[in-house]
Design a protein around this ligand. Sequence first.
Ligand SMILES: [Fe+2]
Ligand SMILES: [Fe+2]
Length: 212
Amino acid sequence: MTALLENPTARVKWLAAPSSTRWLEQANARPELVLIDHAHCERKAAGVALQLMFRYPSDEGLGALLSPLAREELEHFELVLQLLQRRGQALRPLQAPGYGATLTAAVRKGESARMLDSFLVAGLIEARSHERMALLAAHSPDAELRALYGELLASEARHFGLYWCLCEERFGREATAARLQELAAVEVEALTGVLDSEDQVRMHSVGVEPGA
Ligand SMILES: [Fe+2]
Ligand SMILES: [Fe+2]
């Protein structure tokens, strides 16, 4: 398990297009919104891992990898929550962007396609979170936020590597890479467009470089 957890699969290209400078500007203009949304993202990431463990309860390999992942996401949730509390910000509900729903809709029904797609969608969300947290860790004007996002980066990189390992073990490298390419295109489509209002900026709101 340790070998799998430590495998960064750095050579696997998850994202089909980079996030735009516009997204970064919007996120830096409304850091409190992104932070609250980020807390919800960490909570949801733990939920996804648990959901998969409940859906495939007898898959030991899956349980062995996803149980520590779920715990780690909850630790991240607690870190973000503590920062929100220190800043007097409530963990208020925010309208989610269409991103997660679009990706979930692309998951095929019927096993084992559903399993492969679910792992890849979870991995894509982790990969995009990692990419955007790296942007914030480098470019947020707020030193405390730069430190927070920087602290979370390494584990988020491990998380998408872990979903890749789950896929590769069960479906092989070729089938995994082929389906990843299709779902990565859906992921970019889900991030294509313009925000109606700055209040809608989120960790996964629209903003990718066109044609990249
Ligand atoms: Fe996380
Ligand atoms: Fe994660």
